[in-house]
Write a new protein. Structure first.
Lengths: 319, 290, 248
């Protein structure tokens, strides 16, 4: 139960941030850090805890963003309700992708490839179909008001993303303390052994991808409200798929706080590079790519791995 | 009803594009066949090669086809170094690690290109850029015809290399049986790097053949990567013939798709094929069961 | 009869890995399946456990037809196997590993972890509960395989070369554990190459060669059977070996 306490403390500590942080710049930083952390949390469910690496998580993100946009613009649905429905839409896409991929036993690189393909198919569709605005995309009219899920300042958005982060942490906690989570991690480490112990591998993986997709779609809907615009490249392009996997890998795959730690680290790297070299197109991504390679090469367990090493050394000292 | 006069040129153009795709896929399938890694950086490296050909032309005035003797060894060296000192070291042989390392490389390369050369598309002009060959049923641009035959020639040369040279035999031995190859005294790290280098050298050749009828831009890597994967999976991982046949099929599919469904929606046919093959016949047309 | 195979057959391409295999196992028996390499023992295990489906024949478990059922369903019914090359959940602790097995019948996390602790004690892994499974040596991993399988409360346990990779001391240590498993009410079907252990443990021995069952009976009888001797040692070995066994 220690980790439940840790989550509570973290959330409580983060609540007063909008009042403590004076500059708009740093509040935006906080929103983005939590936002990328949330995307990372959702990827972490399938990739970190489940061991299935998706390179096309944008498929779920974009669906959430477009669902939110279409529901508001075409059907006049209240944006908060649209958020929930966006999650459902993401879940459905997750069920399709997972249902097909896992039913036919796709694993490892093949699974990563098929997720890439699904994201690309959706991008092409969004780019071609009228109701998604084709190449032009969709824009939400500016009507700041809490009822409208739009806020005049950033503080409102901060609290929403903080709530989503709490949700992500709750899901991670659940995975670490439930039968479902135990089975998911078992499947990650050895599908054959898990099967031999009575675990229905297909069902476990399917549940994981749906859960992951729902959260990712919520992230997409949040993006829509924060930036009020979505187009095929933003929704289904490789950038968001990469962002989603980067944070957990840097922070620590399959750990509760890994995605958050990773997101903050990457955001800091981003800001540091921008102040040092200036904001140039592509530069921050070069650093991210380099970070990915370096982490895999030297620190495969991410930042959490450093913590574990430290803890191990202490344990041996005390023993 | 669509006339043959429109469909036939589309098919022929598709074949010429497909041959170059096949050359790209050839490198990928070789890398998979020997190292068993799916090189997510393949598209980005093709992009680098295209810029290479572009700059050789823009700064030193070298004709793209004459750049072949420069590009092929140059890209080979790049591939060798990447595998020997980055991918091999960082990946440590574990499938999931290597996947992420090549993805990371792709991100670095693509965005470095964006940073250095901006997102402007670069094209070159050659004396024959706008000439066409009259085949009676269709007019095909000269660069495309050259690309088609050039790709076939390189494919045959590569096949011959793998079949008849000592290097090729060693590589094939390594692909089949790593331990055995080690026991016979083969330097595995070096040979893996050679194989990767050859795979990337194919990209050098492909770029020389492709640029005259195409363009260079930082983001085309992502587009090519997916097409290359589709071909490799369709043709069968590790199969040279598969890469060629698959490339031609995909080239034609893309062309006909573009004809009937428009430029952007047309590409969807390719990815539907990709998903279908992955799900229902992952060994592809000519591949071997794992 | 807790397990009954009737004319089970499996072929891979042109090779008949298993043909016309018929035998039964009674409750609380310890039955050993032996045979030279390539005889089809692992294939037979995979067929019984459900990872392979037979081309012909039926497999009945507790009088229920389980032929061709998915492995996880067979495990849920009480027929559980271990693997020749141990497959621990490397990133989980020993306790968490065993808990996965316990979760087959226990939904609550706390109950599963408690059951895991009890079983770990039984197989001698009590001190390793909170260590990552990847820290275990070969003998430890074998015990973990056992523990995980036991946690599922099986009624029939398939042990696939559980002694492989163990030195003689470790083999001697694991034999009483297997007896204890049987005494707790679980039937055991094991394949083995370590003959000492087979002779000590088994109530009955089945001998497989080239996919066919060539002998079954008490350990001593089977050891003296000329067909068995020749399967292992080749034609003409019988007279030589008979002499050795008479003194063994």
């Amino acid at each position: 139960m220690k980790s439940a306490g840790a989550i509570l403390v973290l959330i409580l500590v983060l609540i007063p941030v909008p009042w403590l942080v004076r500059s708009d710049f740093w509040l935006n930083f906080a929103v983005l850090a939590l936002y990328y952390g949330f995307l990372g949390q959702s990827w972490n469910i399938l990739g970190g805890y489940g061991g299935q690496f998706s390179f096309g998580h944008a498929a779920f993100f974009g669906t959430g963003a477009y669902a939110g946009a279409v529901l508001q613009l075409q059907f006049g649905v209240n944006p908060w309700l649209a958020l929930l429905l966006a999650g459902v839409a993401g879940g459905i896409v997750g069920a399709i992708v997972g249902g097909l991929s896992f039913r036919y036993g796709l694993r490892g690189s093949y699974f990563a490839l098929v997720t890439l393909a699904f994201a690309e198919v959706l991008r092409i569709l969004a780019d071609s179909l009228g109701f998604t605005g084709a190449g032009v995309g969709l824009q939400i009219p500016l009507h700041p008001s809490p009822v409208n899920f739009q806020f005049a300042g950033k503080a409102g958005f901060y609290f929403v993303i903080l709530a989503l982060t709490a949700l992500g942490l709750a899901v991670a906690w659940y995975i670490g303390h439930s039968r479902f989570g135990a089975r998911l991690m078992a499947v990650r480490d050895s599908e054959d052994a898990a099967q031999a112990l009575g675990v229905n591998v297909f069902r476990v993986k399917l549940a994981a991808i749906i859960l992951s997709a729902v959260l990712m779609a919520l992230g997409g809907a949040f993006y829509l409200q924060y930036f009020l615009y979505v187009d095929p490249e933003i929704a289904y392009g490789p950038a968001v798929s990469i962002a989603a996997l980067l944070a957990p890998i840097v922070g620590g795959l399959g750990t509760m706080f890994g995605p958050l730690v990773g997101a903050v680290a990457l955001q800091l790297l981003n800001e540091a590079s921008e102040s040092a070299i200036g904001a140039a197109p592509g530069l921050n991504l070069v650093l991210y790519g380099a970070a990915l390679v370096l982490i895999i090469a030297f620190l495969p367990e991410g930042i959490a791995g450093i913590m574990r090493l430290r803890a191990g050394i202490w344990r041996r000292r005390l023993a | 009803m669509v006339e043959a006069a429109i469909v036939v040129p589309a098919i022929l153009n598709g074949l010429t594009t497909g041959a170059v795709y096949a050359l790209v896929a050839l490198g990928l399938t070789l890398i998979y066949g020997v190292l068993h890694i799916i090189n997510f950086a393949h598209g980005a490296l093709l992009m680098v090669a295209l810029y290479g050909v572009y700059f050789l032309n823009a700064t030193v005035g070298i004709d793209p086809y004459l750049a072949l003797p420069v590009m092929i060894p140059g890209m080979f060296a790049l591939g060798y170094l990447l595998q020997r000192y980055v991918i091999g070291r960082a990946g440590r042989g574990k499938d999931e690690n290597v996947m992420l390392v090549t993805l990371g490389l792709a991100i670095v390369i693509e965005n470095l290109a964006l940073y250095l050369w901006s997102s402007d598309t670069r094209t070159i002009e050659t004396p024959y850029s706008f000439s066409t060959v009259d085949l009676g049923v269709a007019l095909i641009a000269v660069p495309k015809v050259i690309a088609f035959f050039g790709a076939l020639v390189v494919t045959i040369l590569l096949w011959a290399l793998m079949r008849w040279t000592d290097l090729g035999k060693a590589i094939r031995a390594l692909a089949k049986e790593r331990r055995g190859a080690q026991l016979v005294g083969i330097n595995v790290d070096h040979l893996y790097a050679m194989s990767f280098g050859i795979g990337i050298a194919c990209l050098g050749a492909a770029a020389c053949l492709l640029l005259p009828s195409y363009y260079a831009s930082p983001h085309i890597g992502s587009a090519f990567v997916l097409i290359a994967f589709t071909i490799v999976v369709l043709g069968g991982m590790g199969s040279t013939v598969g890469a060629l046949v698959g490339g031609l099929i995909i080239g034609v599919t893309e062309s006909l798709g573009g004809l009937f469904m428009g430029e952007s929606l047309g590409k969807i046919g390719v990815f539907i094929i990709f998903i279908a093959v992955l799900l229902f016949r992952p060994t592809g047309l000519f591949g071997q069961k794992a | 009869m807790i397990l009954a195979l009737d004319r089970v057959a499996k072929r891979f391409g042109g090779v008949r890995a298993v043909s016309e295999v018929t035998f039964s196992v009674a409750r609380r028996e310890i039955v050993a399946l032996i045979g030279p390499n390539g005889a089809g023992k692992t294939t037979l295990f995979s067929l019984v456990a459900g990872s392979l489906a037979p081309d012909a024949g039926t497999i009945r478990f507790e009088d229920r037809d389980v032929t061709g059922l998915a492995p996880h369903r067979i495990a849920a019914l009480g027929l559980v196997r271990t693997f020749q090359t141990a497959q621990p959940f490397e990133r989980l602790t020993v306790a968490q590993n065993i808990a996965v097995g316990a979760h087959l019948h226990l939904a609550a996390r706390g109950a599963a972890l408690q059951r895991a602790a009890e079983i770990a004690e039984r197989v001698g892994l009590g001190k390793w509960l909170d260590r990552p499974a990847r820290e275990l040596n070969v003998a430890g991993r074998k015990r973990l395989e056992l523990a995980r399988a036991l946690a599922t409360e099986p009624r029939l346990l398939l042990l696939d070369e559980v002694m492989a990779g163990l030195n003689p001391t470790e083999v001697d240590a694991i034999v009483p554990t297997i007896f204890a498993i049987r005494d707790s009410g679980i039937t055991v079907l094991l394949t083995e190459h370590v003959m000492r252990a087979v002779m000590r443990l088994s109530d009955r021995v089945l001998v497989l060669n080239n996919g066919r069952l060539i002998a079954q009976g008490k350990p001593a009888d089977v050891a003296a059977d000329p067909a068995v001797v020749e399967a292992y040692l080749g034609r003409g070995a019988t007279p030589q070996v008979a002499g050795e066994l008479a003194h063994g």
